[in-house]
Design a binder for this molecule. Structure first.
Ligand SMILES: [Zn+2]
Length: 302
């Protein structure tokens, strides 16, 4: 088990992150409007009624303008500091407010949250370390993008992205974490120590949009916004092949459980199924709707 971490929105138009273990769905910040948040949740097969709690980092509009409207008709808790609530001007039923403060550890629907202060021009801005079932991640929403932090007491930033962080994948054995900003480099970390492992994979000038590890953790598939999928062998990192056929940015990738096939989806709603022995697409199709679909092979691979 573990949990997923999905950026529904990022940047000045509105920061909203969905944290989910498949049962509990938590929104960290709602900077998008309530209506837009509901629309983006539908891309993941969810509705407002599926959200179990909201956690707010600070009072700036790009982090909380949608909170009031979103929870208006929902009976769910909103975790935020007294200072942030007071200075946000938000209309929130006091019975929904769960006051939090920096350095506090609190439970949100089975997720273990630890808050820490971050430097930001706000009343009491917080970042959060989120843990569940041994999986953990830290996030700080700032105007600069997203921080992924180590889990030392100081929550030292591990890597700061100046752009929206687009892709993140854990290896199937849970030992590695790969991430890329909305840029051209894939960084890999030890998922426990968050120490860098191996050299970054640089695919410039391509902009990376999706990542997946093979089940045996020997390969990584990297989708880019130019419609290509780069298959790399790991340790040492070297390119194996490039899968060409999509005509839109690659929005999601997943290996079959036996590692023989790769499924890919692109933002123009096409899905391809690739045979990795010969690098040819064996099947392709068009998804209903216009939205990129996030999906996973089978029912158990998560
Ligand atoms: Zn802010």
């Amino acid at each position: 088990m573990g949990f997923s971490f999905t950026l529904l929105g990022s940047g000045s138009t509105g920061n909203t992150t969905l944290v989910s273990d498949g049962t509990a769905h938590i929104l960290v910040d709602i900077g998008l409007s309530g209506r837009e948040t509901a629309r983006r949740l539908r891309e993941y097969g969810l509705g407002p009624e599926n959200i179990s709690a909201v956690v707010v980092s600070h009072e700036h509009g790009d982090h909380c303008r949608g909170v009031g409207p979103f929870v208006k008709n929902l009976d769910i808790p909103v975790f935020m500091t007294e200072g942030a609530l007071a200075s946000s001007g938000m209309k929130l039923d006091p019975r929904k407010h769960r006051p939090i403060s920096a350095g506090e550890r609190f439970d949100v629907c089975g997720f273990d949250f630890t808050s820490f202060s971050v430097p930001h021009d706000a009343v009491d801005p917080l970042g959060f370390v989120i843990e569940k079932d041994g999986a953990r991640i830290a996030t700080v929403g700032t105007n600069d993008g997203l921080l992924l932090c180590s889990l030392t007491d100081e929550a030292e930033p591990l890597r700061k992205t100046n752009r929206m962080m687009k892709s993140l994948a854990f290896s199937r054995d849970g030992r590695r974490l790969a991430l890329s900003s909305n840029a051209s480099t894939v960084f890999q970390y030890d998922a426990n120590s968050l120490a860098p492992v191996s050299e970054p994979i640089d695919l410039s000038p391509n902009v990376i949009s999706s990542l997946a590890y093979s089940p045996d953790n020997q390969f990584i598939a990297i989708g880019d916004r130019n419609s290509n999928i780069h298959l790399w062998r790991l340790e040492p990192a070297q390119p194996v092949t490039t899968l060409v056929g999509h005509q839109g940015p690659i929005s999601d990738l997943d290996f079959s459980l036996d590692g023989q096939k790769l499924a890919s989806a692109s933002e123009d709603s096409h899905v391809y199924l690739w045979d990795l022995k010969d690098g040819k697409a064996t099947r392709s199709g068009v998804l209903p709707g216009e939205l990129p679909l996030v999906w996973r092979w089978g029912s158990s691979s998560g």
